[in-house]
Write a protein that binds this ligand. Structure first.
Ligand code: FES
Length: 112
């Protein structure tokens, strides 16, 4: 199986700088892209900022106890680790790996 190759982009100097509130989801601007970053059990997960169903802002949702991002509009749920639509409606979410490095937080976008 081919390994995935990523372009790594800088997001923030530190996790603190991401500015998590009590809901553990933030939005981040990277160039012209906007993504969401969630914190769950001390891991960071990147995913698309708009719900794949009807475009609601995922930053307005929350992370449930199983590690799913829950859309604020119709409550579809998506696994943080792979974007799978665990409530079964068939709308999978794009995810992006997040790396914590000595020089900051980075997100990986798949090379085309
Ligand atoms: S817009 Fe997200 S579930 Fe409908």
């Amino acid at each position: 199986m081919a390994t995935k190759e990523y372009n790594w982009e800088f997001v923030a100097d530190s996790v603190e700088q991401l500015g998590f509130g009590k809901y553990d989801i933030v939005q981040a601007e990277i160039g012209e892209r906007t993504i969401c970053i969630a914190r769950f059990k001390n891991q960071l997960y990147g995913f698309q900022s708009k719900c794949p169903h009807a475009g609601a802002k995922m930053v307005m949702g929350y992370i449930d106890a199983q590690g799913n991002a829950v859309c604020p509009l119709h409550r579809f749920k998506f696994a943080l680790r792979n974007g799978y639509n665990v409530t079964g409606e068939g709308y999978n979410m794009k995810t992006f790996p997040i790396e914590l490095r000595e020089d900051g937080v980075f997100v990986g976008f798949l090379k085309l």
